[in-house]
Design a protein around this ligand. Structure first.
Ligand SMILES: Nc1ncnc2c1ncn2[C@@H]1O[C@H](COP(=O)(O)OP(=O)(O)O)[C@@H](O)[C@H]1O
Ligand SMILES: N[C@@H](CC(=O)OP(=O)(O)O)C(=O)O
Length: 628
């Protein structure tokens, strides 16, 4: 007999007929001799409806300034007040579905019990609307299972217990939209389930969203690292935090269709001996520091902002057999011109420079710098924690280290710095992240040497190197339409400024993604990044307010963008994958506005009107469609 956790999403329990179908599937699993814990989401679009109601009953701030003033008023009175009620409201959606499913099971003679997150209890941080799981007390759930009941738990919610007053208070918390997957995997980790099955309205994880690209192919399996990037870049089939927990605790996971018997997709997680179940979601923010002193930087300033340039450049470099590590393409300054900067192996700098010069990019200036170092912090726990990037930049700023280039992915933040600042940078990062209670708990030794080209995270953290996928370099592509871009012009090029900018945003819990800092010009550079649509106005207002103090220029927003990404662990070993993506865009006449790369992902910001074509184009370019 095994213990299985099954999660059914909103689409699977959208109405009474579907609830009955889910009930039958659960009953069949019990009949096979398994104990079953079920996690369910709110029925259909219930959560959206509740969010709409909340919006409809509050007064709206009219302009940005008012919004920011209102924000500071909120802060003076009770910053948690609205969020607290929002959690109460939204958690009700899941409460309806657990009760209905339990009654349905009971009606066919299957003992069952419905539990809210607080009744389990699932103990979370005291952060409303975005709480992380601290621990799950599994005693009551086990008793119910041993009594022969199916335990049905409300997804996406928990309880925060405050003990600072005389009487401990209990507050309902939620995990953020899509958070039921996280509930399921956290429960599976805490209770030691054999497998966590995520049931949804598609047959499993496909090469991309089948709603946009119907010929998307079902993947038999995918690694946690790949899934983490895909989920963070807009593939909503799994919540990134669920994948983070599966990866950290070695939870076996499968994504399957609620209507089919097919095996779906297995998400491959590492095999781990044990984990800290007392700190389920907060035990690892930054897992390690990596550094690379073998690279050199080439910046091409003032290239025309038109389709095909990136393809021409990186196509030529890959044609010459040169492997490019970090690529950053920043916004146009002045208009219609871009700066593209990238790093290559130092030994290959001269060759790379020759290739670039041969391209004769009109009016572009080529700047080479062999004396750089790349320092990065790595950790799946950085997802959705806006303060970590700010903390890194602050540490470097305080140590007097100037940041020349920044490139971020969801799980890695890399900064290009002058090589002579290397020792200070490493000491500062080690200091900040190692002394943190959380980080020190996992130990944070760093290895960094000249000889070791790319120093990886410490060995004692199991399975840190991305597991290799069996086939193609690109396994999936994702589209994120939930992002907008902010660009800050003329940011003074001195230590600490980036830190202050991102701290302002982190203080307001605004998650920043794809941060790109251009190559410094005349003591100034531009910083561009993306923020969620919902946070755009507040982020803009905050940054405009801080402009005088921090000494930067205009803050420009762009709402009509989309981010398109390719993901695959196989691209680590295969040069030219980025060039292939850029070439496909060029052929389709799609202009790339920003580029950010990590080892297993390349993301491009494009115009929103080009988004769907861009997604279809790269899906086809990497031969991801199913055979017809
Ligand atoms: N790569 C992908 N593979 C499968 N589904 C995807 C992918 N990218 C996006 N999706 C979308 O994710 C949806 C499932 O997630 P979601 O709507 O949250 O389901 P649920 O209601 O079951 O939680 C699918 O209907 C599909 O449109
Ligand atoms: N009901 C919540 C939580 C959730 O995870 O839902 P779903 O599994 O349907 O994506 C939401 O809509 O955000």
């Amino acid at each position: 007999m095994s213990l299985i956790v099954q999660k059914y999403g909103g689409s699977s329990v959208a109405d009474a007929t579907r609830i009955k179908a889910v009930r039958d599937r659960i009953k069949a699993t019990v009949a096979q001799g398994h104990q079953v814990v079920v996690v369910v989401s709110a029925m259909g679009k219930t959560t959206d409806t509740l969010v709409g109601l909340a919006d409809a009953v509050v007064e709206k701030a009219l302009d940005l300034q008012q919004k920011e003033q209102q924000h500071s008023l909120d802060q003076q009175s009770d910053p948690q007040a609205r969020a607290r009620e929002m959690d109460l409201l939204l958690s009700a959606g899941e409460q309806i579905s657990i009760a209905l499913l339990s009654m349905s099971l009971q009606s066919i003679g299957q003992p069952a019990i419905a539990l809210t997150g607080a009744q389990v209890p699932i103990i979370t941080e005291p952060h409303h609307t975005r709480a992380r799981v601290l621990r799950i007390e599994t005693g009551h759930v086990r008793e119910c299972l041993d009594a022969g009941k199916v335990v049905i738990i409300a997804g996406f919610q928990g309880v925060a217990i405050a003990t600072d007053g005389q009487q401990p208070t209990r507050q309902i918390t939620t995990f953020g939209r899509g958070g039921s997957d996280t509930s399921a995997v956290a429960i599976a980790a805490a209770i030691g389930a054999e497998i966590c099955e995520i049931y949804t309205d598609v047959p499993g994880i496909l090469t991309t969203d089948p709603r946009i690209v119907p010929e998307a192919r079902l993947l038999d399996q995918i690694t946690c690292d790949e899934m983490l990037e895909l989920a963070s870049q807009g593939a909503k089939v799994l919540h990134p935090r669920a994948v983070e927990i599966a990866r950290n605790f070695g939870v076996k996971m499968a994504v399957r269709s609620s209507w089919l018997e097919d095996p779906g997709t297995v998400v491959i997680s590492p095999t781990l001996a044990s984990g800290n179940y007392q700190a389920l979601e907060v035990n690892r923010f930054v897992e390690g520091i990596t550094s690379d002193r073998s690279q050199a930087k080439i910046a091409i300033l003032g290239v025309p902002d038109c389709p095909g340039i990136a393809a021409q450049l990186f196509g030529a470099l890959s044609g010459a057999g040169l492997n490019i590590d970090l690529i950053v393409q920043s916004i146009q300054e002045p208009a219609n011109l871009n700066d593209i900067a990238f790093t290559v192996d130092r030994q290959e700098l001269t060759q790379a420079r020759t290739v670039v010069e041969h391209l004769e990019l009109e009016h572009a200036a080529i700047v080479c710098d062999p004396a750089i170092a790349i320092v990065s912090i790595v950790g799946v726990g950085m997802i959705g924690r806006p303060g970590i990037a700010a903390q890194m930049f602050m540490a470097l700023g305080k140590a007097g280290v100037n940041i020349q280039m920044i490139s971020t992915s969801e799980i890695k933040i890399s900064c290009v710095i002058a090589e002579h600042s290397y020792d200070q940078a490493i000491a500062a990062l080690q200091d900040v992240f190692a002394v943190q209670e959380i980080s020190s708990a996992i130990g944070l030794p760093i290895k960094a040497s000249n000889s070791d080209a790319s120093t990886q995270i410490p060995n004692q953290i199991p399975n840190q190197k991305p597991e290799q996928s069996p086939d193609a370099p690109v396994r999936g592509v994702a589209l994120d339409l939930n992002r907008t871009r902010l660009a800050i012009k003329n940011v003074p090029d001195r230590p600490g400024v980036a830190a202050s900018i991102f701290q302002c945003l982190a203080d307001r819990s605004i998650s920043v993604d794809t941060i790109i800092q251009s190559q410094p010009g005349q003591q100034y550079n531009d910083i561009a990044f993306t923020v969620p649509v919902a946070d755009l106005n507040q982020a803009e207002a905050v940054l405009k307010n801080a402009a005088m103090e921090l000494g930067y220029g205009e803050v420009v927003k762009d709402e009509a963008i989309a981010k398109v990404s390719i993901v695959g662990t196989g691209m680590i070993e295969q040069p030219g994958v980025a060039a292939q993506m850029f070439t496909a865009f060029a052929k389709a006449g799609i202009n790339i506005e920003m580029i950010a790369t990590s080892e297993i992902k390349v993301s491009c910001v494009v115009r929103q009107e080009d988004a769907i074509v861009a997604l279809k184009t790269i899906h086809q370019a990497f031969n991801l469609a199913q055979e017809s």
